[in-house]
Write a protein that binds this ligand. Structure first.
Ligand code: HEC
Length: 295
């Protein structure tokens, strides 16, 4: 080995080290801005998201509007049961769509959906839905179909959605071209009572007027199952409800929720729940609520 060769090699090591150090310094000095850039683009690590992670839902609210259509010679009436709901980002919601077969034969339909504006599509998450499956509806049968969804709270950290107040969920039902092997929509009408579904329905249908442990517009409802109607001390019932000889059980609650004033005339609660399956879910939920302590 010549002297030159030895000298060249000995130079290579410090030079290589210098290059490595220079690269590392560059990475370190850029990493904070790079991290910030990444986070503002993706929403990761934003303070809003961290704050909302601890509560499970964001404080931001949006309105979800529902729209429905039928095409390709499908003789069904198809409509959202509620035209819109106001939802909290991150919170789970249960809504219903009603389909009725107006013809004399069973028909298989197939639904597709669309969310607008397009940019919120990625935040709209469905947990349970009748979409994309072949669904049979018997002649003149009518059914309410549940959809469980939430709007991802990550939307709160996406600045491009700051202007979004309303989201529209549109469903279109087509006549199926592959009717064999379809599911029967009557499964929803016959669904067993589910307290978890009832809790969500309570939030959207009842919580505006009823709390569990104190009166709002209506009396408190914890412990209502098995209670005599019109009997919460201090609540200003209508004389009709205070005098009613009714104990709240499955049957009486069902009649009350289907039509309060036809069940007990001259009472003050408006009609709230047309759908029998929804009433079953709500009653199953009320049943789980025990009387608050001290009363
Ligand atoms: C717009 C307000 C409003 C909504 C919505 C509402 N209620 Fe009521 N509710 C009332 C009022 C007011 C009364 C008392 C009626 C009276 O005194 O005649 C009442 C009474 C009741 C009672 C009788 C309680 C008792 O102590 O005897 C039950 C049970 C009840 N509501 C259940 C429900 C459920 C379940 C829902 C949701 C599916 C609901 N209500 C939705 C206003 C409402």
């Amino acid at each position: 080995m010549s002297w030159m060769q030895i000298r060249n090699r000995s130079w290579l090591i410090p030079a290589g080290l210098l290059v490595i150090v220079a690269v590392m310094l560059t990475v370190v000095s850029y990493s904070v801005p790079l991290y910030r850039l990444f986070c503002s683009a993706t929403g990761s690590g934003g303070t809003t998201q961290r704050a909302s992670a601890s509560t499970g839902a964001s404080s931001r609210m949006v309105t979800v509007d529902f729209s429905t259509a039928t095409v390709r010679g499908l003789p069904w009436r198809f409509r959202p049961v509620q035209p819109r709901v106001r939802v909290q980002l991150g919170a789970e919601n249960l809504v219903f769509f009603e389909a009725e077969n107006l013809s004399d034969q069973p028909i298989v339909g197939h639904a597709t959906f669309n969310v607008t504006p397009d940019k919120v599509g990625i935040y709209f998450k469905k947990i349970q839905c009748f979409c994309f499956t072949e669904e049979r509806l018997g002649a003149h049968q009518k059914v309410e179909m549940p959809v469980t969804f939430f709007v991802d709270r990550a939307m709160a950290t996406d600045p491009s959605t700051n202007d979004v107040e309303n989201i529209t969920l549109s469903y279109t039902f087509f006549r199926s071209v592959r009717p064999s092997g379809a599911d029967d929509l009557s499964r929803f009408a016959n669904a067993p009572a589910d307290p978890a579904a009832g809790r969500m329905l309570f939030a959207s249908h009842c919580a505006g007027c009823h709390a569990l442990d104190h009166a709002i517009e209506g009396p408190r409802l914890a412990g209502v199952f098995g209670r005599r109607a019109g009997s919460v001390p201090g609540y200003p019932y209508t004389p009709a409800l205070a005098a009613a000889h009714v104990t709240w059980d499955e049957t009486s609650l069902d009649s009350w929720l289907a039509g309060p004033r036809s069940f007990i005339p001259n009472t003050a609660m408006p009609n709230v729940v047309d759908d029998a399956a929804s009433r079953r879910h709500i009653i199953a939920y009320l049943r789980t609520l025990s009387t608050p302590k001290g009363s």
